[in-house]
Structures are given as C-alpha cells and as structure tokens.
Design a protein around this ligand. Structure first.
Ligand code: ZN
Length: 407
C-alpha cells in the first residue's frame, strides 16, 4: 500500500493535471490496484499556482514495488517531464503566469503529516518545507502532490470528471446536454451544477483544457450517477473516460476560523467593492459577492460582525461568509413633545431646544435600532463562489447563531 501524488502538469492544449493523472492510472501495471483518487484544491493565492490550482493523489495497492517504480519512471520521462516549462493559459489576465514545473511523489508506507496539508491550503509554501517522499520526481509540483497525499479527508465532497476526445482538446466549445444537466442539478446531493439566477451550467470549464465537465456531489454514489447521466445524454459529446474523485472542495478547509470584530470604518469603492476596517485588519467584500457586499455596505462603526474568509496576507480577509452579531444603534436628538419636531443641540453641555416652540431639555439622545438586511449568515451567489467554502444551506456549515439585536 502506498500513496502517489501529482501536480503542476498543466500546459497549453495538453494541460490538465487530472487528465495526465487519468492517463497514468489507466496504464498502471495489472499488479497495482487503484483505491480512491482524490483532487485537492490548494492555496488559491499561491504564487506558482497552476490554472485549476488542484493537485491529485491516489492510494494504491502495489504487489510488486520494483516493477511499479519502473513504470512511474517511464511514465514520468515520456509524458510528464515534457510538460515542464510550458505556460498554461489563464482565464484571469491580471496575474503573472509561471511555466509548468511538474512534480510527482511516492510515499510507500505512510502519509506525510496532516500539518503539511493545512499549511498548503491556507498559506504560501515553498519546496524546502515539503516532507521527504520515498521517491520523488520534478520540481514545484511536489508541493501540491505531497499536500494532496497529506489530506486526511475529515470533511470531503466528490466530483466526477470526464475528459474530451483528444481531437477536441484545445477547442473552446463544449457540448454537455442541457436537459441532463437540469436533471442532475435537481438531484438533492449535487451542488454548484447550475447558476439558478442566470440559468447557465457551471460544470464545464472555460478555456482549452481537456476536461469536458466536472460535476460535484456530497456523496460518491451521486457524483457517479450524475456524471453517468451527463455522459449518457445524446447531445453530450463523446469522452475518453470519467473518474470520481474525492475532493476538499466546499469543506471550509481553506478558510480561516471564524473571527469576530468591531467595525471601525466602512469604505465603498468603485463597482461596490467594500472595505471594512476592524481592529483585526481589513475585511474585503467584493462587488460580485451579492448579499455579502450588501451587508458589508450597510455596516456602520460600532457594529460587531463575524466572518469567515481567505487571508491572502496578514491583516486582510477576503470574506466568504459574513453576519452581523450586533448593530450599533443610530442616535438622534429627542422629538419635542409639543410640536413633534426633532430638537437641536445648543452646543456641548448646553442641552437641546425645539427649533419651533423653543422649549429646552437636558442634553439627550434617542437610540433607534438598526435592522440589518440579513439576520444571519450570508454568502456570495453560486457563480461567485470559489468552491472552497462550505455552502450555508448545508447543516452545521457554521454555528446557527443569528442577529442578536442592537447594543
Ligand atoms: Zn416644540
């Protein structure tokens, strides 16, 4: 028994680590048994991240390790090493592209420590921090490959991935049956298959990669069933194969623990992007984040909030989930009992006076409760999610606390 991991084989046209991995598993010697392939999403802000930012690994039962290592050596030299140095295309033009630097690792008896997984999904990791494998090949990709093996699957979801016929690799148009997708989306266990607001599918990637679709579910049986439904539909294009991966998507593994903080200042930037300054740093709600943005824009100094997010650098939190714990009330001068007109301050310590009847009172404030636009946790709409946060509609995704009222 042992663990094999692979990462960073993305490259133009041929590129996708899952596809390279599928080919590797397909051609394994017959003395090797595949247990359960896994797809592990890594730190989304990693400098050298690959396009999909996912590494793959598998537990294998190996009868003849000498023969197996020879097979890996051959596969590495023939199929993986040639991807080194190729630049993968990005859907995001704003970031620098690093050439592929594939890596493959083999741990023959035990998994590396779980701490390495946590480190690799929540922070920048470099090669010097990677636990030593029994055998390893290549460069930068060894980070993700090792992290994928180190994952302990405390929480997991599943994804059935199908790959296109080789003559279609590089083409942008994909044919996945719309009706079958609607059916798949209505299965209780699938998630993030369709965008209910736009009515568009979310299973097919954009760009030239060899993946036809990836359909996500909360259990392996449903992932397989959903994938098979899509494959069987007449208007879905033909594929070279499909595999169900266990994944760390939608597990909250990449997110910080929830944090509570008091709002000091709220700034609304262009397009509605919102920066909340708190005593524990700046919390960012992006324009695309829907209800999160709306709630963030509503906040005022003194409000107590709780959030989960990704922290690209110390003191910055990109919000994935947000709620108001308590809202600071708005303060007004009291109304005049006679005229129902709001009284005005006469200056510090001078009391208030009705502008109409000139009646005076002591210096006083009326508190008016503020009711937030959402009374519990909010999250971005499905098309704006990173597939890393656990959806709120799943039980126990967060504690069930809701708005406590005004302080
Ligand atoms: Zn009055």
């Amino acid at each position: 028994m042992g663990w094999l991991g692979l990462d960073d084989t993305d490259s133009l046209m041929e590129g996708c680590t899952t596809y390279s991995f599928h080919l590797l598993l397909e051609s394994l010697p017959t003395s090797v048994t595949v247990v359960s392939p896994r797809l592990v999403r890594l730190w989304p802000f990693a400098q050298h991240r690959t396009r999909g930012n996912a590494a793959v690994a598998v537990e294998l039962l190996v009868e003849d390790e000498v023969e197996f290592i020879q097979y890996l050596e051959g596969f590495w030299n023939d199929h993986l090493l040639p991807t080194k140095g190729k630049i993968s295309p990005s859907q995001h033009d704003d970031r620098e592209q690093y050439p592929a630097d594939p890596g493959m690792v083999w741990f023959s008896s035990q998994q590396p420590a779980e701490e390495f997984y946590t480190l690799a999904v929540q922070s920048e990791v470099d090669l010097t921090q990677v636990p030593t494998a029994d055998r390893s090949w290549g460069g930068q990709g060894r980070i993700g490959a090792t992290a994928a093996i180190a994952w302990r699957q405390k929480r997991c979801t599943w994804e059935a991935i199908a790959w296109r016929e080789i003559n279609r690799h590089g083409q942008l148009e994909r044919a996945v049956c719309e009706q079958a997708l609607t059916l798949v989306d209505s299965m209780p266990s699938t998630f993030l298959s369709r965008d209910p607001r736009k009515g568009t599918g979310l299973v097919a990637p954009r760009g030239p990669c060899p993946v036809l679709f990836g359909v996500r579910a909360r259990d392996s049986t449903s992932a397989l069933e959903a994938g098979s439904k899509l494959l069987a539909a007449e208007s879905t294009e033909s594929t070279v194969g499909m595999r169900v991966f266990v994944t760390n998507q939608a597990t909250d593994d990449h997110l910080s623990h929830s944090q509570k903080a008091t709002v000091a200042h709220v700034e609304i930037l262009s397009r509605g992007n919102c920066v909340i300054t708190t005593e524990s740093g700046k919390w960012l709600a992006f324009a695309e984040s829907g209800s999160v943005k709306k709630l963030a824009q509503w906040l005022q100094p003194g409000d107590v909030i709780e959030g989960y997010g990704l922290s690209p650098e110390f003191g910055v939190l990109h919000l994935e989930k947000l709620r108001v714990v308590s809202a600071h009330p708005t303060q007004h001068r009291p109304m005049c009992g006679e005229c129902s007109v709001r009284m005005k301050s006469m200056g510090k310590g001078q009391g208030c006076r009705c502008p109409k009847c000139k009646q005076r009172t002591d210096d006083a404030w009326d508190s008016v409760a503020r009711i937030p636009p959402a009374e519990s946790w909010v999250q971005p709409p499905v098309d704006a999610r990173r597939h890393l946060a656990r959806p709120l509609e799943w039980e126990d995704s967060t504690d069930s606390s809701s708005f406590m009222g005004n302080q």
